[in-house]
Design a protein around this ligand. Structure first.
Ligand SMILES: NC(=O)N[C@@H](CC(=O)O)C(=O)O
Ligand SMILES: [Zn+2]
Ligand SMILES: [Zn+2]
Length: 347
């Protein structure tokens, strides 16, 4: 390993939105090019709630990534108040569902079919706990009287901690954490609790989104917080601690849906995901921890094998396209128009 080139075990992305239809065809190859496996989020319209739907969706993903035949999508179920938990567990046992996702109803994009009260899904959660099937959570409360910047911290106190009291063995991934509160909570919790951290929450704080004009392409949920939280996330990610791993939460929306009077939440980080992370780790003098975060902690938590392939990143600057896609569907990648330090070497 030299300072201008690093080789890593091929990474996995533990939080990805690939969407469907034309969008799926456009975005999936970016993820498949860099990552061996990806946890596929189920918030389609309609959401992926049954094993049969997941099998179909996986087929469409494999078709969209046929140029990368080794890419493995890992499917998740979207939990609803009336989820059929026998089908859910059967899907897990058959190897279709790797995990299940909890969206509090109304918390984020396409979450209107989400769970209105966690008690409604206790039978499913009890069965998951017994099976060792991970629960992935969008950790924000939705109460109107809770400030948007406090919604993650409030979720810990009012939902997550009580849940873990009732189900102390449940495996939980606290997705896309954005606060020091969440990082501290995960550190102090049992080994059954871990967290994903996005590249954008390591790079931007709320000033980047709001100072000098509103930047709709930096708007996502959970929303970026103040600088001290970004620093806490950088510390957690680069610590090498086994509880933190890579999950981009790449969440593409058409440019017109982002640049709108009521813009959608989600940042499209897939095109240069691993390169964004490499930049952060280098800035923190922690490139030697990148492999642990990107390629080892995730599979260890999920109980999956570590990948055998490797990737190489070279220190060679590159320009991020302003727009990708076509006229019918154009997308703005994270850091559009800017220059990146690292480049994924393609053979
Ligand atoms: N992160 C986001 O801002 N948006 C995600 C949903 C989510 O992960 O909350 C999306 O599906 O667009
Ligand atoms: Zn989310
Ligand atoms: Zn997401």
């Amino acid at each position: 390993m030299t300072a201008d080139s690093i080789t890593l075990i091929k990474p996995d992305d533990w939080h990805v939105h690939l969407r469907d239809g034309e969008m799926l065809k456009q975005v999936a190859p970016y993820t498949a090019r860099q990552f061996a496996r990806a946890i596929i989020m189920p918030n389609l319209v309609p959401p992926v709630t049954t094993t049969a739907m997941a099998v179909d969706y996986r087929r469409r993903i494999l078709a969209a990534t046929r140029d990368y035949p080794d890419f493995q999508p890992l499917m998740t179920a979207y939990l609803t108040d009336d989820i059929d938990y026998e089908d859910l567990i059967k899907g897990h046992q058959q190897g279709v569902f790797t995990a299940a996702k909890l969206y509090p109803a109304g918390a984020t994009t396409n979450s209107c079919h989400g769970v209105t009260d966690i008690k409604n899904i206790f039978p499913a959660l009890e069965a998951m706990q017994k099976q060792g099937m991970p629960l992935l959570v969008h950790g924000e409360v939705v109460d109107n009287d809770i400030d948007i910047f406090d919604r993650e911290a409030c979720f810990i106190d009012t939902v997550l901690q009580p849940l873990l009291k009732d189900m102390p063995e449940l495996k939980v991934v606290f997705e896309h954490i954005t606060t020091q509160d969440a990082a501290d909570f995960v550190m102090s919790a049992g080994d059954n609790i871990a967290a994903t951290i996005t590249a954008h929450h390591l790079q931007i704080n709320r000033n980047d989104m709001l100072v000098g004009g509103i930047k709709p392409h930096y708007y996502c949920l959970p929303v970026a917080k103040r600088e001290l939280h970004r620093q806490a996330l950088r510390q957690a990610a680069t610590s090498g601690h086994k509880k933190f791993f890579l999950g981009t939460d790449t969440a593409p929306h058409a440019v017109g849906d982002k640049e709108s009077a009521c813009g959608c939440a989600g940042i499209f980080t897939a095109p240069h995901a691993i390169e964004h992370y490499a930049q952060v780790f280098e800035e923190e003098n922690a490139l030697n921890q990148l492999e642990t975060f990107a390629s080892i902690n995730g599979p260890n938590f999920y109980g999956l094998p570590i990948n055998k392939d490797r990737i190489t990143l070279i220190k060679e600057s590159q320009h991020v396209s302003e727009i990708v896609g076509n006229n019918d569907l154009s997308l703005s990648p994270f850091k559009a128009g800017e220059t990146l330090v690292w480049q994924l070497h393609s053979d």
